[in-house]
Design a binder for this molecule. Sequence first.
Ligand code: ZN
Length: 93
Amino acid sequence: MTDILSKEEKIESHEKALRRYLQRDACIDCTETNWDDFAVHDEIWNSVAGRLEGRLHLSCFEKRLGRLLKLEDFTDFPVNNMLKLGYSIGIRQ
Ligand SMILES: [Zn+2]
């Protein structure tokens, strides 16, 4: 039985697929994989990221903003529930 792709070509193909998958979730500033989910009010997002399409880590977003996000910066969307819990128990201030 003959394979169409060599072993090296298969590895390269898998690496490319993995890279594409990870880039989909990459932070546009630091390029690290980003699974931070948060939603801030439009005016705050727009002041920092404008019409930018993509994802930012919470910390990278705060770097751009020049300050830490405050509880009132976040929307009421359920995606923020864990963050809000962090504020309520003092992990975030
Ligand atoms: Zn980042």
